[in-house]
Design a protein around this ligand. Structure first.
Ligand code: ARG
Length: 461
């Protein structure tokens, strides 16, 4: 047991209490951020005259040495220490002696851990943004490739109206653009430095909080020391944004699973992104999409956990807050993995254009357009709806599509129909006539693709 306190105690900590209280097994994940924070703190302490240049340099060299040794594997972070903060400080004192004992001047582990968590999540937000961007790059390419790939659009998983695959991918493009923007928003809001808040009430040392904020790349210092040590809003926001990303990935995965099924065959996943069965030799399973869908629950769980943990904690720091780490770290790693794999999976899948187009032709997706035809010839919409309903029933009984009916058959149900009905209900017409912004026609899609092009350029700068 190596801990930073004990002067006022008359007994050793019970071993089970020590184990229960310790966080080293998981907070070592931000060893780098902890040491970077300490180095900035020490530079500031010297600048305001609390440390001499010699002391500063000795501490900086000491911490750098520890960092190098941890990274090259010669120094192990062990559970002999209570947490990562204790490990760094105790190792520093071991290595450089008395100067090391000055590191913690004007600081508490409360503002230190608040800083470490911010530095760590801030870095991970950047990593998540990159991964969402990679997915957007693939979606943008797929949209450009599939403006002419017709497919049925669904409501209630029943064929509804014809769209294009570009339009379908475009829906996800919008979702992931919002996800990207959400990550940017969170970053901006959380990018303030809590260090210098002390345990809760600031400090009597003349710390330069502006300087340390600048050294660590923050917009500025946080403005209330109590809030600084007890705020985990940004963790909640991040988990919420990640849950939304997973919700989107999960919906998309579900569609890929359906499209890749034997019955649909709209797409075929690449062998490298599929798995087999130990018993059924014919199987090629979409396990990756299923796992992404499944792991969504895990990320939602982390969001529920932190919301519940934070509820009802009085100001300022309480040990409950140590529970902000494990599930958050797991969720971040999970979302990063899912994004990377999902992007690879859709980047490599084959699209069966003919199957998609045939499916759109054979599911009465042009029934609304047939009704619109009648409306354009003076039939009230409600009557037109009824007439086309009769046409559909007739076709179902004969096992044909609307396009296969003869003009005589049309006229038998309504004399309003003329030869131009065939053109009016062709797949191409159905799609191309939908040309308002956001609709699937090639012209509207090209407008949106141009806007996306500008968006992608902006986020890549
Ligand atoms: N391991 C603690 C945490 O993660 C560090 C802060 C400890 N502060 C304290 N007052 N015990 O929250």
């Amino acid at each position: 047991m190596a801990q930073l306190w004990g002067g006022r105690f008359t007994k050793e900590t019970d071993q089970l209490v020590y184990n229960f209280n310790a966080s080293i097994t998981f907070d070592q994940k931000f060893y780098r951020e902890d040491m970077e924070g300490s180095m900035a703190h020490v530079k500031m302490l010297e600048a305001v005259g609390i440390l001499t240049e010699e002391e500063r340099d000795a501490i900086l060299a000491g911490i750098e040495g520890i960092l190098n040794d941890v990274e090259n594997g010669t120094l192990e972070i062990t559970s002999e220490y209570e947490d990562i903060h204790s490990f760094v400080e105790a190792t520093l004192i071991d290595r450089i002696g008395d100067a090391g004992k000055k590191l913690h001047t004007g600081r508490s582990r409360n503002d230190q851990v608040a800083l470490d968590m911010r530095l760590y999540t801030r870095k991970e937000i950047e990593n998540l943004k990159e991964l969402v961007k990679d997915l957007l790059i693939v979606l943008h390419r797929l949209m450009k490739e599939h403006v002419d790939t017709y497919m049925p659009g669904f409501t209630h998983l029943q064929k509804a109206q014809p769209i294009t695959l570009a339009h379908h991918f475009g829906a996800y493009m919008e979702m992931f653009k919002r996800d990207y923007d959400r990550l940017c928003d969170i970053y901006q809001r959380m990018n303030y430095c809590p260090l210098g808040s002390g345990a809760l009430a600031g400090t009597t040392y003349p710390l330069d909080r502006e300087m340390i904020a600048k050294l660590l790349g923050f917009e500025g210092p946080t403005l209330n020391s109590m809030d600084s040590v007890s705020d985990r809003d940004y963790v909640i926001e991040l988990l919420s944004a990640m849950s939304t990303i997973m919700m989107h990935l999960s919906r998309f995965s579900e569609e890929i699973i359906i499209w890749n099924s034997n019955e649909y065959r709209f797409v075929e996943l690449d062998d490298a992104y599929s798995t087999g069965s130990s018993i059924m030799p014919q199987k090629k399973n979409p396990d990756i999409a299923e796992l992404v869908r499944g792991k969504t629950g895990r990320v939602y769980g982390a969001l529920m956990q932190i919301l519940t943990t934070m509820k009802g904690i009085p100001l300022a720091y309480n040990k409950d807050m140590q529970e902000d780490k494990e599930f958050t770290f797991d969720a971040i790693d999970t979302v990063k993995g899912c994004l990377a794999l999902f992007t690879g999976m859709i980047d490599t899948m084959t699209v069966n254009k003919d199957v998609m187009e045939n499916s759109a032709k054979n599911g009465f997706t042009n029934a609304t357009d047939a009704a619109d035809y009648l409306v354009n010839h003076g039939v009230p919409f409600r009557d037109a709806h009824g007439i086309v309903g009769q046409l559909v029933l007739y076709c179902i009984n004969k096992n044909i599509s609307l396009d296969d009916m003869t003009l005589e058959e049309y006229k038998a149900i309504s004399p309003v129909f003329e030869e131009d009905i065939y053109d009016a209900i062709s797949l191409k017409t159905c799609v191309e006539k939908r040309e308002t912004i956001g609709a699937p026609s090639k012209a509207s899609m090209e407008q949106v693709i141009a806007l996306n092009e500008a968006y992608m350029k902006r986020i890549s700068e």
